[in-house]
Design a protein around this ligand. Structure first.
Ligand SMILES: Nc1ncnc2c1ncn2[C@@H]1O[C@H](COP(=O)(O)O)[C@@H](OP(=O)(O)O)[C@H]1O
Ligand SMILES: [Mg+2]
Ligand SMILES: [Mg+2]
Ligand SMILES: [Mg+2]
Length: 308
């Protein structure tokens, strides 16, 4: 039964265990105390946790799916991966779920896996640990279809080391799991946006949308989780700073529960293997039940013109 599950379902099932293992690596690097920070660019850090978590995920998935294209934020390295970082088991619950007809016969060639081994690096280095997530997105053709978000420090203030963290998943046409989907409060507009990568255009977009409240938090995964759990109505980021690995997994889960994610012009991002990595049109995510078009209509043209 499990062996014969369709490829998309097997990829999500294996991504859950790989993301959980990567989360443990992220916690271990922090508790060992040497983050090994490298500056990749302006306001763009990489730590030993980003590097190690990526090696864990890419090695684990490519052992099981050697012909599937995997694109990760941190590039590749040929160093040996410790054997206990390689996990090849799968989440049994996902393998039992019915796969939609349109994804029954998907081949290796049709898939790209987008990996952000540690989303919210800036917040990780500053000790804002619950902003950190591990993101694994599964694209079929050019669409984000499956997503896994692992939050390694969920409940870290109250949980012990063995019950810390959680893993959320979603598959278009199947549903979501690992969390309780909630709608945001009616009669209010709460917008979430970047905490560490703001610009004049990012602020101008927020001003025009007149939110009742702004939640400035780290990580694309964390911000989309706020939409999924009814804590915010929209994620508005009028900047070209995010990449496909930031949005693929969150978009798949958000869409699977009835929300939307597009660029600031209302166009969907393509997640096919030859697509550019940069989300040059910015990010607009809206919770289930929100009027995505209202946000698009009320964004100032001057802001939109700063984005391709
Ligand atoms: N100006 C910029 N330069 C580099 N990365 C940016 C960026 N703006 C956003 N990002 C990336 O987009 C993700 C979400 O950003 P933010 O937390 O500011 O909303 C982060 O992913 P990583 O932490 O995985 O690198 C962040 O690095
Ligand atoms: Mg980064
Ligand atoms: Mg990221
Ligand atoms: Mg990252």
């Amino acid at each position: 039964m499990a062996q014969s599950a369709p490829l998309v379902m097997r990829l999500v099932a294996s991504s859950i265990t790989a993301a959980n293992r990567a989360g443990k690596i992220i916690r271990d690097v922090m508790s060992q105390g040497d983050l090994g920070i490298v500056e990749k660019g302006k306001n763009d850090l990489q730590t030993e946790a980003d590097r190690s978590a990526q090696r864990c995920i890419v090695t684990s998935l490519s052992r099981q799916f050697p012909s599937v294209t995997i694109i990760g934020e941190e590039g590749t390295s040929n160093c040996e991966v410790p054997s206990d970082w390689v996990v090849t088991d799968s989440d049994p619950q996902i393998l039992q779920l019915a796969c939609p007809d349109e994804y029954q016969n998907i081949q290796d060639d049709d898939i790209v896996v987008w990996v952000d081994p540690l989303d919210g690096t800036s917040e990780y280095t500053q000790g804002l640990l619950d902003h950190v997530t591990v993101l694994i997105g599964i694209a079929v053709g050019d669409r984000a279809v499956g997503g896994v978000i692992h939050q390694p420090y969920y409940n870290y203030k109250t949980a012990g080391p063995d019950d810390m963290g959680r893993t959320l998943w979603g598959i278009r046409g199947v549903g979501v799991g690992g969390f309780e989907p909630q709608s945001p409060p009616q009669g209010k507009r709460i917008i979430t946006t970047t905490r560490s990568h703001s610009t004049a255009a990012v602020q101008a977009a927020l001003d025009a949308l007149q939110p009742d409240e702004i939640l400035r938090v780290g990580g694309a995964g964390h911000k989309v989780m706020l939409l999924m759990e009814g804590k915010a109505h929209a994620y508005v980021f009028a900047s070209a700073g995010c990449k496909r690995w930031d949005t693929c997994a969150p978009e798949a889960i958000l869409v699977a529960m009835g929300g939307q994610l597009s660029d600031m012009h209302g166009n969907s991002y393509s997640y096919s293997r030859d697509t550019p990595h940069q989300n040059t049109g910015g990010v607009l995510g809206t919770a289930k039940g929100e009027d995505h078009a209202w946000y698009l209509k009320n964004l100032p043209d001057a802001v939109r013109q700063t984005l391709l």
